[in-house]
Write a protein that binds this ligand. Structure first.
Ligand code: F0G
Length: 455
């Protein structure tokens, strides 16, 4: 029972209006598909996939409002005068209302925002303090010639305890880094909310506030990778005592208020198929970034800006959207955690499997994630993927993970039951999972999708 709703507890804040049929293939069909894809599940054609948990990016169902916005002819919003377009104006009002940054630059994706933002803000030869940043952020920072030092807490590497905020920065490590390198050598502290690389674990507002205080004392800017801002906020509300009674919209604004700027992909929590942002409080950075987005050809079209303007009020109209996403991940996690070695505690956008434990006492081979994904596909038609490449500090510890990314507003809990059944089946028969060996074919480039043979 819930006093906010006069006694009724609401869960899912939408109903099905349009559906896409899913093929339920036979095992021989899947065996043939796997063989054709050389055991790389990433390249199996979508029509042969039952449930796809390879990413939560750009795959959410559209709302009626989004479809209506897409059908309307909108005036062009690109070119040097894009700020003058009506679509830009509507987007600016929505972003200002929900996130509170003075300035922004819309881009095509999170990674194009990162490319521009790092180029403007990160000096070659400098250091960036981070919390196991996503590979695209990492790559862009390294491409400008800076070094990333992970100052995330040790709990991020612990897959067993139930510490609620394993994405937190270790304040001592941060202070030490500043002492060691000198504040002038540190371009920024870059904090990813809900850290993808180590299990999607959130960052607390208490931690972020302390990080901000340290950074501000040394005049180092604090930037956010805010693409999973909503689920981070939902987990703050659920786990951080001081915020239990606060609205998610308040938590979102309070999180953003601590940052000097940052980047965001709108493809995950924000339910669109294209779009990203640079956020800043500095007008001249915004002007530089806007010019660079024009030069790079990564401006967001007016239609895509319109889609985000329509989506934000829909999301913030009800806390149920954000809480339901996190609850669905927890639903899947609850069905696995007792049996299959899932990283603890549950997080916001996926369930991560510890492959070292999964295959223990045998040490997992280099392609254990791909081998497990191939087995799960063979038995169930479900696609999983290794997830983002690990940070070097994780690889050095011998970490091996498989990510079950749960897209927002796409699947029902019935699908989660099927995934849990497939994973429990695979775990019970882990001795039958065939290892994979990469085919080294000199005729194929290193950018071609990997081909495997079974061992
Ligand atoms: N930051 C994080 C934390 C991400 O997870 C992603 C993308 C990006 C930045 C880049 O955003 O895709 O819009 O360019 N993550 C996807 C995933 C690809 O499957 O986790 P983008």
């Amino acid at each position: 029972m819930d006093s906010a709703t006069n006694g009724v507890t609401f869960s899912v804040p939408y109903e099905m209006a349009v559906v896409r049929p899913l093929r339920q293939t036979t095992e021989p069909e899947r065996q043939a598909a796997l063989a054709r894809a050389h055991y790389n599940t990433d390249i199996i054609p979508q029509e042969l996939i039952y449930i796809d948990l390879s990413t939560d990016s750009g795959v959410s169902a559209s709302s009626i409002g989004q479809l209506a916005a897409a059908a309307q002819p909108v005036e062009p919003g690109m070119g040097l005068a894009s700020e003058g377009s009506a679509a830009y104006g509507r987007l600016a009002a929505a972003l200002q209302r929900y996130f509170g940054f003075e300035y922004f630059v819309p881009t095509t994706q999170g990674r194009s925002a990162e490319r521009i933002w790092t180029k403007i803000n990160i000096k070659p030869g400098s250091v960036v303090a981070g919390n196991l940043l996503f590979p695209s952020t990492r790559n862009h920072i390294e491409m400008v010639g800076a070094q990333i030092v992970d100052v995330i807490g040790e709990a991020a590497h612990d897959f067993v305890t139930d510490e609620p905020f394993k994405g937190n920065i270790d304040l001592n490590k941060l202070e030490q880094l500043i002492q060691e390198k000198g504040a002038g050598q540190i371009s920024c502290v870059y904090v990813e909310l809900s850290v993808n690389s180590c299990g999607g674990h959130p960052v607390s507002l208490d931690n972020l506030r302390s990080v901000k205080a340290i950074a501000a004392r040394h005049k180092i800017p604090l930037f956010l990778d805010a693409c999973r801002l909503l689920e981070n906020s939902a987990l703050i509300q659920a786990r951080e005592a001081a915020y239990r009674q606060r609205s998610l919209a308040d938590i979102v604004r309070e999180t953003c208020a601590l940052a000097d700027g940052g980047t965001m992909s709108a493809l995950k929590d924000f339910l669109v198929t294209t779009g990203g942002f640079i956020f800043t409080r500095d007008r001249s950075s915004q002007q530089k970034a806007a010019m660079q987005s024009f030069l790079d050809g990564v401006q967001l079209s007016a239609g895509a800006m319109e889609a985000i303007s329509v989506t934000l009020p829909e999301i913030f109209a009800s806390e149920a959207y954000m809480t339901q996403r996190v609850e669905q991940v927890k639903y899947l996690w609850d069905r696995l955690a007792g049996t299959v070695p899932a990283l603890r505690p549950a997080s916001g956008h996926g369930v991560f499997i510890d492959l070292k434990k999964f295959f223990a006492p045998i040490v997992p081979e280099p392609f254990a994630a791909e081998a497990l994904a191939a087995f799960v596909y063979l038995k169930s038609g479900i696609r999983l993927s290794k997830g983002p490449p690990l940070a070097p500090s994780q690889a050095a510890r011998g970490v091996q993970l498989l990510r079950l990314a749960v897209p927002a507003r796409k699947y029902l809990n019935g699908h989660m039951d099927d995934v849990a059944e497939a994973m429990r089946y695979a775990y019970a028969r882990r001795n039958e999972i065939m290892g994979l060996k990469k085919i080294d074919d000199p005729a194929r480039s290193k950018y071609d999708p990997v081909h495997f043979v079974t061992l």
